[in-house]
Design a protein around this ligand. Structure first.
Ligand code: AMP
Length: 190
């Protein structure tokens, strides 16, 4: 099963992706998590990432594209993957579509988590208290949301046109269990 998940920060896509990944025994490839773990290594790359991520900006494509390509070709992904947080801009989306085609990888489903700004801001602030993430404060959240709506959401529109019935929008303001139920139903027919 190969899935791509779109949705603004705080839309709950990470939570759902990790539930789905466990159930289906496939990796949850969250580019945010991958980059955070690289940042914690504290080397030159880690310091560069820290500067970018702490203010909510996007990490350069030249860093993230090869990381994603390596992961997708790794043995862990031979039975599928859930891509969460990637692609984030036009260059990444072109890179990914080209990469999937070259490697004969067919996406089964794309899920777009739809949530309003007020709901996601509230959720991120709650997560900030629990996880103590340095990029979960109001100013940085605003930058991250602005980036999402300016650069990433238009891609979802493009993917919707390209992938048609493989593209599925979900109301991400619903209860976690209801979202899970809707996704499972959709997967059964994918
Ligand atoms: P996330 O956990 O997905 O909200 O990502 C946290 C941060 O990691 C983002 O604000 C970006 O700085 C960085 N990041 C995650 N995914 C990407 C990506 N696909 N492209 C560029 N930067 C990313």
């Amino acid at each position: 099963m190969k899935l791509i998940i779109f949705g603004p920060p705080g839309s709950g896509k990470g939570t759902q992706a990790s539930i789905l990944a466990k159930k289906n025994k496939i990796p949850h490839l969250s580019t945010g998590d991958i980059l955070r773990s690289k940042l914690e290594e504290g080397d030159d790359l880690g310091q560069e990432l820290s500067k970018i991520m702490s203010v909510g900006n996007l990490v350069p494509d030249s860093i993230i594209n090869p990381i994603v390509a390596d992961k997708l070709l790794s043995n862990d992904c031979k039975n599928g993957f859930i891509l969460d947080g990637y692609p984030r801009n036009k260059n990444q989306s072109e890179f990914l579509i080209d990469f999937l085609k070259k490697n004969n990888l067919d996406i089964d489903l794309i899920i777009d988590f739809i949530a309003d700004t007020t709901t996601v801001k509230k959720r991120i602030m709650e997560r900030s208290r629990i996880e103590n993430r340095s990029d979960d404060n109001l100013e940085v959240i605003k930058t991250r949301l602005d980036k999402y709506f300016a650069e990433t959401q238009p891609l979802a529109v493009m993917f919707k046109e390209k992938f048609k019935d493989k593209f599925f929008e979900i109301n991400a303001t619903q209860e976690i269990t209801k979202i899970q139920y809707d996704i499972e139903n959709k997967l059964k027919n994918a």
